[in-house]
Design a binder for this molecule. Structure first.
Ligand SMILES: Nc1ncnc2c1ncn2[C@@H]1O[C@H](COP(=O)(O)OP(=O)(O)OP(=O)(O)O)[C@@H](O)[C@H]1O
Ligand SMILES: [Mg+2]
Length: 237
């Protein structure tokens, strides 16, 4: 059974839905990426998964536990963590203190987990005692991701983790995303750049106008006429 299952999620901000009947499932050890034009509803879907928005219909579960009606603050404890696009790390706290805050809801030994995380995020390890506000934008993004990982999540949802980063740092962040999936985690990423999504993911979903227009293995998706799909046309190659 996939670690994270969203079935038929419809959600919005007022009475009118913004996203319609979206289903997505993600397995441990894989990267699933959501791409699509601006305003397609990618962030709205992310918020509906993690309890920031209450779905109007549909269901979200992690390891078989139904999270759909759960208060947002309880969701990380059930193994689903979310890093919003502009996650502000605690700028006045050090890198280590930021990670300690992240470990507050940890299910296992936070100290051991921190060592595991710092072994992957070696840049952060070197900057452990630095205040987060003095890190570069890219390093702050990595710290936000690392902090989310402190709870040893089943599934992690990253909304545009490379937005605004230099091409070189974007590659660094994507390399880390792949490594995170190897920690036996289901990683779901919202990404603007189609090429990068196809290169680094196992599965790709394309949202257009609030619908899950096309999805499949990255290989298959790469062979489709994506320009037409982004315009909402049929996806027959
Ligand atoms: N807080 C909000 N209240 C009302 N409408 C909103 C709110 N946030 C987003 N929307 C609307 O919902 C639609 C989908 O927005 P969403 O942010 O989910 O798109 P997105 O695919 O993440 O786009 P982007 O690529 O620009 O991040 C847009 O029309 C947007 O204007
Ligand atoms: Mg968005």
């Amino acid at each position: 059974m996939p670690a994270l299952i969203a079935e038929g999620v419809t959600a919005g901000y007022g009475r009118a839905p913004i996203i319609f009947d979206i289903s997505l499932s993600a397995e441990l050890g894989t990267v699933t990426t959501i791409i699509g034009p601006n305003g397609a509803g990618k962030s709205t879907f992310a918020k509906a998964l993690v309890g920031i928005l209450r779905p109007m219909s549909g269901r979200v579960s992690v390891n078989g536990v139904d999270l759909t009606r759960m208060p947002g603050y309880q969701i990380p404890r059930h193994g689903l963590v979310y890093v919003p696009q502009n996650d502000n790390v605690f700028k006045r706290l050090t890198v280590r203190e930021n990670l300690e805050v992240g470990g507050f809801a940890a299910r296992a030994d936070p100290q051991a987990r921190m060592e595991e995380i710092l072994a992957i995020f070696t840049d952060l390890d070197k900057a452990k005692e630095k205040k987060a506000g003095f890190l570069s934008g890219g390093q702050q993004n990595l710290l936000a991701i690392a902090r989310a990982l402190m709870v040893d999540p089943v599934a992690v949802l990253l909304d545009e983790p490379t937005a605004g980063l230099s091409p070189a740092y974007t590659d660094t962040v994507w390399a880390q995303i792949e490594r995170i999936s190897h920690l036996n985690t289901a990683v779901i990423v919202v990404e603007q750049n189609v090429e990068r999504a196809l290169k680094h993911s196992d599965y790709v979903h394309i949202f257009v106008a609030g619908r899950n227009h096309v999805h499949g293995e990255a290989r298959e998706i790469g062979s489709l006429d994506l320009a037409s799909i982004f315009l909402g046309r049929s996806h027959t190659p």
